[in-house]
Design a protein around this ligand. Structure first.
Ligand code: NAP
Length: 244
């Protein structure tokens, strides 16, 4: 029987790359999207046409009912849920003094509460089967802090705390929870950073370039494969050396 993964934010750069890789590896892929229905459905259609098993799924990860419906429908279609990738996220560059209550709440809602809701929703299934892998996508800024991204950094640092604590709690149930802290990855998330700033930033990356979403997808996949069976509660930096 094929394994099943739910990937949140599958319409974005990293989520699309992960969806393609898991599909190519023979998994059933539930491709969650929110606003970008067209790109999610286009990718899902092209993967389906190539014979892969994918299900595009609309859900706002901040909405408990929507998340629970997504998990329920996944169970109905595929049965066991082998992995959850908490990848959906938003970013915003603002001076700390300009961050509004609304900015702050939205950041925490999507990046932290979304991870909480999706993880909680899949756990009954994983505990039932006494196996499962949860991979949370944090950020280098959650590790070292990023100026003008204080609310983003705080939300991503909280994801690291959630990862470590949950890993301890569910390890006796055979479930592993790990976290990836990507650096600068070439996706639309960085589209609003001015070109000069981006190039200055790249100059400071020890490996001298941005990361490709497919590289993050490979690490996500590793953390969902048997090769990682003895790894849990870890934060793996994938940032070209920024956080050394
Ligand atoms: P992206 O292309 O902008 O993708 C973000 C994804 O999150 C989109 O699929 C978006 O879905 C989804 N999303 C946002 N709000 C959502 C919600 N309420 N419910 C469900 N999905 C929602 O950015 P990315 O670079 O691939 O980001 C993926 C993850 O990597 C994020 O958690 C991000 O913080 C993290 N990360 C990225 C970088 C980087 O440099 N790119 C670095 C470190 C960490 P819709 O478009 O369908 O709304």
């Amino acid at each position: 029987m094929a394994n099943t993964v739910i990937i949140t934010g599958a319409s974005g750069g990293i989520g699309s790359a992960a969806s393609i890789l898991f599909a190519q590896k023979g998994w059933n892929v539930v491709m969650n999207y929110f606003r970008s229905s067209q790109s999610a459905k286009l990718l899902a259609a092209s993967l389906s046409q190539s014979g892969y098993s994918v299900m595009p799924y609309y859900a706002d990860v901040t909405d408990r009912a929507a998340v629970e419906r997504m998990v329920y429908d996944t169970e109905n279609k595929f049965g066991r849920i082998d992995a959850l990738i908490n990848n959906a996220g938003i970013a915003q560059q603002k001076l700390f003094t300009d961050i509004t209550d609304g900015d702050f709440d939205r950041m925490i809602d999507v990046n932290l509460k979304g991870t909480f809701l999706c993880s909680q929703a899949v756990l009954d299934n994983m505990i039932h089967y006494k196996s499962g892998k949860i991979v949370n996508i944090s950020s280098v800024w959650g590790v070292v802090g990023g100026a003008c991204e204080v609310h983003y950094s705080a939300s991503k640092a909280a994801v690291i705390g959630l990862t470590k604590a949950l890993a301890k709690e569910v390890a006796p149930s055979g479930i592993q929870v790990n976290c990836i802290a990507p650096g600068l990855i070439e996706t639309r998330m960085n589209n609003n950073i001015p070109a000069d700033d981006l190039s200055d930033f790249v100059d400071e990356i020890p490996l001298g370039r941005m990361g490709d979403p497919s590289e993050v997808a490979e690490l996500i996949y590793f953390l969902c494969s048997e090769g990682s069976d003895y790894i849990t509660g870890q934060v793996i930096s994938q940032d070209g050396g920024i956080a050394i």
